[in-house]
Design a protein around this ligand. Sequence first.
Ligand code: PRP
Length: 213
Amino acid sequence: MPETLTIALAKGRILDETLPLLARAGIEPSDDLNTSRKLVFSTNQPTINLVLIRSADVPTYVQYGAADIGIAGKDVLLEHGGEGLYERLDLKIARCRLVTAGIVGKPVPRGRLKVATKYPEITRQYFLEKGQQVELIKLYGSMELAPIVGLADLIVDLVDTGNTLKANGLVAIDHIVDISSRLIVNRASLKMKNQAVKELVEKFEQAVAEPSA
Ligand code: PRP
């Protein structure tokens, strides 16, 4: 019996770049992932299923083996910590940067800073390494609003074009890390379904190397 693999995909922006990569790897979902309300999808490959979830949940599904493989941003992987999974391949899609940002022209205050972010672990670690005391304010989106309304001195957020920062009178201050999507594999699946995982990883390696249309 050929082994079945489940791949966890992230909803949202990252999906637009994931679908062409999947296609280049020879995987076509049975339904339109952008419009369907389903969460589980079969594909043109009888041994490959997809699940579609929130991006921050992808590492958790793969960690516990609910999915054998996942496609997740380096940001959510760093935040998750990587327990129970291997980061196997840089897919070189959904590239952006994680930065600190504040209000244009406003000096960063001395002393304990208030920092708003949806990445508390990365942020804690970053400021710990700098030896800077911070109060973390956990948000779930639209971080750019926090300095404008005085909720925070700084934000830690993803920047792609820089348009969102600019539109809100903010500027990137420090570059924390470059981000792209990664292929992750459950540790047990790598052992128990070694052949199937290996073949799939090779397909993705080829898809990454192929220039996109
Ligand atoms: C992301 C990120 C920034 C924005 C950056 O937010 O958090 O807000 O995109 O992109 P830009 O530099 O090209 O403007 P997203 O739209 O994913 O929503 P979120 O606020 O819910 O995180």
